[in-house]
Ligand binder design. Structure first.
Ligand code: NAD
Ligand code: TDX
Length: 332
């Protein structure tokens, strides 16, 4: 199995999950090691690691040619960064995916493309609808537009060239090894550093949070039993929890009052609500998230995540100051 972007947040968790639950795979990770990737995340694991760029067509040809399947996580992944400089997003998310698809076409290898809920755009806060596999694409940020572009390429390569591929669109992930630029680890590490947690705008926005291990399990269900050519939505029914509730819960779990956060400048073009209808993957493939209970599911996942960041200061401390000073320049 070739895992692209395996030194990032979800890739690291997926590699570890695979080694534990599917030890029949031999894993090669290819990762450019951008600011978001860290080779130390994979230290001590029985895998092959190659530092490389998915835009490098010769390297992708060689690695894909040696694999039986490819799971494609590598991407520029942070919305706020895409608002400052979209160019690496176009390069990696679109051109990089194109290079992988061409290699997959040459070698006829099984390909799974990791996409996101954001390709569907957003819902109004009072809209009870959920995204399904048939929801039209309507991305709103440079990040989500480039992810939508990569999905379109995958679908075109399936239809035009018959590559053996599947796609999945998952909602917001949380868990260990997530970069501290992202919402949940940023607030946890702020509190650990004695800084005030920062909520964009009024915090009414809704993200359908899912624990990263549930995402990994869903990807394996698709690899094992998914129908070629199909897309699968992955979500854990957390679309009743807004950002304000999440930040309050983190404050409480870390011994602060529920209002111990500050409101900061909103994200331009901020998507309001994501909500996922994951009926298809549950019915067809029998996948179920483990972190689901409507009242305590996120609490249990957050408690474990907070404990992980407490115990792994070496993962985040070296970058904390520079991440916060970049946010401070933007009033966030
Ligand atoms: P991340 O930013 O933590 O990790 C991305 C990894 O890709 C890093 O290790 C980075 O070094 C590597 N990378 C970047 N450009 C590369 C290139 N040109 N060549 C090779 N490697 C490169 O991202 P993440 O949160 O782990 O997201 C992984 C995937 O899951 C992305 O495709 C993202 O769109 C998707 N996704 C993320 C979420 C989420 O909540 N984080 C939700 C749904 C889908
Ligand atoms: O400090 C913050 N305060 C805050 O209120 C940050 C960093 C974010 N936010 C808000 C913005 C969003 O409404 O929290 C929400 C989550 O923000 P991010 O962690 O930046 O995630 P989001 O923009 O929703 O995108 C994430 O989910 C979909 C991932 O980063 C994407 O890669 C994935 O595709």
């Amino acid at each position: 199995m070739l895992v692209t972007g395996g030194a990032g947040f979800i890739g690291t968790n997926f590699v570890r999950y695979t080694l534990e639950h599917h030890p029949n795979y031999r894993i090669t990770v290819v990762d450019k090691l951008t600011y978001a990737g860290n080779k130390k995340n994979l230290e001590g694991l029985d895998i092959e690691f190659i530092q490389g760029d998915i835009c490098d067509s010769a390297l992708m040809d060689e690695l894909v040619g040696n694999a039986e399947c490819v799971v494609h996580f590598a991407a520029e992944s942070h919305n706020d960064n895409s608002l400052c400089d979209p160019s690496p997003f176009v390069q990696t998310n679109i051109v990089g995916t194109f290079q992988l698809l061409e290699a997959v076409r040459r070698h006829g290898v099984r390909f799974h493309h990791i996409s996101t809920d954001e390709v569907f755009g957003d819902l109004a806060l009072d809209d009870p609808a959920r995204f399904t596999e048939d929801t039209p694409y309507r991305p709103s940020s440079p990040y989500s537009a480039t992810k939508a572009g990569s999905d379109h390429l995958v679908r075109a390569w399936i239809r035009s060239f018959g590559i053996p591929a599947t796609l999945s669109q998952c909602s917001n992930n949380y868990g260990p090894w997530q970069h501290i630029e992202k919402f949940i680890p940023r607030q946890i590490t702020n509190i650990l550093c004695g800084l005030t947690p920062k909520l964009y705008g009024t915090g009414e926005q809704v993200r359908d949070w899912i624990h990263v291990d549930d995402h990994s399990a869903a990807v394996h269900a698709i690899l094992d039993r998914g129908r070629l050519g199909e897309s699968y939505i992955i979500g854990a029914d957390n679309d009743h929890v807004n950002n304000r509730r999440v930040i309050s819960l983190i404050c409480e779990l870390m011994g602060l009052g529920p209002d111990a956060f500050e409101l900061v400048a909103d994200r331009p073009g901020h998507d309001q609500r994501y909500a996922m209808d994951s009926t298809k993957i549950r019915r067809e493939l029998g996948w179920e998230p483990r972190y689901t209970d409507r009242d305590t599911g996120m609490r249990a996942g957050l408690e474990a995540t907070i404990a992980w960041y407490r115990e792994h200061e070496d993962f985040w401390r070296p970058e904390k100051e520079s991440v916060e000073s970049a946010y401070a320049k933007r009033g966030q």
